[in-house]
Ligand binder design. Sequence first.
Ligand code: M6R
Length: 629
Amino acid sequence: MCGIVAFTGTADARSFLLAGLARLEYRGYDSAGIALVQPQAASQEAGSAGGTGAVLEVVRRKGKVASLVEAVEKSGVAGTCGIGHTRWATHGVPSEENAHPHCDCSGRIAVVHNGIIENYAHLKVELIEKGHVFASQTDTEVVAHLVEENYEAHAGDFTEAVRATVAQLSGSFALAILHANHPDTIIVTRNDSPLVIGSYEGGAIAASDTPALIDKTREISYIRDRDLAVLHSDGSIEFFDPAGEPFTPAIYHIEWSLEQAEKGGYPDFMLKEISEQPRVIRDTIANRFDRKTCALQFDELPLTDEELADIDRIYVVACGTSYHAGLIGKDLIENWARIPVEVDVASEFRYGNPIISTNTLVIAISQSGETADTLEAVRLARRAGAHVIALTNVMGSRITQEAQTVLNIKANIEIAVAATKSFLAQVALLTLLGLYLAQERLLLTGAQVREIYGEMKQLPGQIEQILSDTAAIEAAADACAEAQTALFIGRGVGATTCYEGALKLKEISYLHAEAFSAGEIKHGPIALIDPDAATPVVAVATQSSTRDKMLANIEEMKARGARIVAVATEGDERIRELADHVIYIPPTRECLSPITASVPLQLFARFIALARGCDVDQPRNLAKSVTVE
Ligand code: M6R
């Protein structure tokens, strides 16, 4: 949901800002813009405003960062202090006038913002009454005008003006603010929106996410809600809490490298991330089983044996793909640990009335660790007394600061908007957690756990095998690429695997797709099968306790003219007689099948999206991190 960048230093700010925005483009790509402070007017670009001394130059464009880069090069603007933004529109249509940065009336203050200023309407009325003139439909613009007001009220003290402004805002925000009267300084702040801050020998920098900073520094800091960080061009940074008290934040080391944030020879991030899955599963499950004690280890979990035994209910809260991982986790935990599990979409959970006690365990799943609804669900659960486990890919993210326990999936940075490797890692970690809870509650023996863990160690090799020959997947995708709608069916964990398969397909190819439990299809959805269109039905029919039922369901679909694409277990010859396309995957036990069966579904979605000419990494209307409600 929008990416912001800020640079003040001794080098050219433009290259940092534009490269940073390109790396944050996964957060939104409706429009983009930068503002630079220049010692003297140097550009005719709309938005520049002069006065004495330094001036502010603003360049904005509708569309992706590439069009901004072109415009910036043409404009000739330059400077060593600047801010930038790539937008996912919330207030006001995607247009140049609504693109950030937004300025005050004097054109000397510029602001970029990620989030939503919830009280903007009221603030705007007040500011208009005071004579301020607005140039956009955004909520953000009020911030620039408020800083202008407060700057005057605080006799030109920029830091105090921003501090007073922040106190007037409600909602979520990460802000970077420039003032031409302070040409070497940028002030950044946040509330419920991500922001990382760092410095290096060339200056001080800040951004919505680490990929924008990684080529300058791997040592970063976070600030708490409503803190301010004042960035100076010599690389020094002053940190202030909301009361204006200075503090020194902790420094975190970024584990991954710039190469990992780049495509590395792959045509798109999605394929790169799908291809990384064998490594991701290997890392996520590594070192969890202690051969000496013949037991799984979850040292991160601080719960005592007694507390574990007392858990009487688990809630899983998450959104989108992470929610689907939770549905699979439910099946496994209930089967093995015999604890009732409810999986809730976080946006519903936070406004519901969940039954929570001190014996309730809440597992909040979020790849980014920044999803607004999931964070709010965590807060609600903690207030109600539950122990909250965050299962996330981003250490240091907001969720890691709010939950009592953090379990880290080892997917490393995921850039494609469509989650792939993080999903597989979430499912793998939930599988281990289910086994661990069963082990601790004495429902599985050490030998049983060891056997399943041993089979999990085969998963990376099995995924490699699927990735080594994708011809059948591509052929099935080619045959389905023109369809108007596609159905996905499965049973048990096969059905939940289908929910994720259908989401992948619709989000990147815009082909309407829905997933159903195969047993439900006769109760309505079967009406969607159009023999003239040979409606694709993707059936996950791997070896399982309900495989024969699946075959019967496939026959029913086939009889009504569907085009059947089956994901089946190697050696299953019967399915060849029923399906138009069979994608074979290596045999696994049923509880592990979501991990292997999801891989062909990811590739199927990608092949269809490419055949339909879609941008698989940056699908329309979406953004990687949904940091607003
Ligand atoms: O970062 P999170 O896991 O909290 O994100 C949740 C969803 O927004 C995310 O999974 C979304 O559904 C992806 N586009 C799925 O590919």
